[in-house]
Design a protein around this ligand. Structure first.
Ligand code: ADP
Length: 227
């Protein structure tokens, strides 16, 4: 299907803070095409996580809508949004959140098993993804036995295990030294280009942001081109 993979249309997001209403997103508009990698660069507290969680259907917009592959998702039930998240949306966070008692391979199999794939198929795809992320040799190791960069590459493989349409990443290299951050970013970038995935990546790393297709920031609750 042509057209944007995901669109935010006049999205609003407010939080109550005591008696004060905090406006984080205000008439926020944005769209992402297949194969596109966009950096979201804004200071702490500007609303990056709120934007990623709203676009990723973890939070509901207070007004406006999130359109995923042509389907309006803002008003869907929790059950429907959970199903869409499982199939069509991947998340990577600053900390890997891998399950500690399972191997890297099992961590990447898990979302596929939840979706209903046969273990043999899930295992085959998990092994391919780990190879692609250049951590195939570490497939049988548990997260605690992996370096920070390896853990993040496994987390990325897990995020794309069900071949989502969109990947959202919240400071995915924020916890890594610059060389490792560059290496993890290269692997992520190759994956996005190769698979036609679309990615919105919050980062403070301006060097990595400069290597993405576009850079946006948040200003007065709107998503604007970064100058
Ligand atoms: P960023 O990711 O850019 O650091 P966030 O989206 O986490 O920013 O937060 C934006 C603002 O919204 C902050 O001022 C934060 O304190 C506030 N905020 C975030 N989540 C909530 C919440 N659940 N309830 C109240 N305020 C919140």
């Amino acid at each position: 299907m042509s057209g944007p993979v995901i669109e935010l249309k006049s999205v609003e997001r407010h939080y109550e803070q005591g008696s004060r209403k905090l406006t984080i997103l205000n008439d926020a508009n944005f769209s992402l095409q297949r194969g596109e990698m966009v950096a979201l660069v804004a200071p702490s507290g500007a609303g990056k996580s709120t934007l990623l969680h709203t676009a990723g259907l973890l939070e509901r917009p207070d007004a406006g809508d999130v359109i995923l592959n042509g389907r309006a998702c803002g008003r869907l039930s929790d059950v429907e949004r959970t199903a869409i998240r499982r199939n069509d949306i991947g998340f990577v966070y600053q900390f890997h959140h891998l399950l500690p008692e399972f191997s890297a391979l099992e961590n990447v199999m898990m979302p596929q098993l939840v979706k209903g794939l046969k273990p043999s198929d899930a295992s085959e795809r998990a092994a391919q993804l780990l190879d692609y992320m250049k951590v195939g040799k570490r497939a049988q190791h548990r997260p605690a036995e992996l370096s920070g960069g390896e853990q993040q590459r496994v987390a990325i493989a897990r995020a794309v295990a069900n071949a989502p349409l969109v990947l959202f990443a919240d400071e995915p290299t924020g916890n890594l030294d610059p060389a490792t951050a560059g290496y993890v970013f290269d692997a992520l970038s190759a994956l996005v280009r190769q698979s036609g995935l679309a990615a919105l990546i919050a980062t403070h790393n301006l060097e990595l942001a400069s290597r993405m297709d576009r850079r946006v920031t948040l200003s007065e609750g709107k998503i604007v081109v970064m100058r």
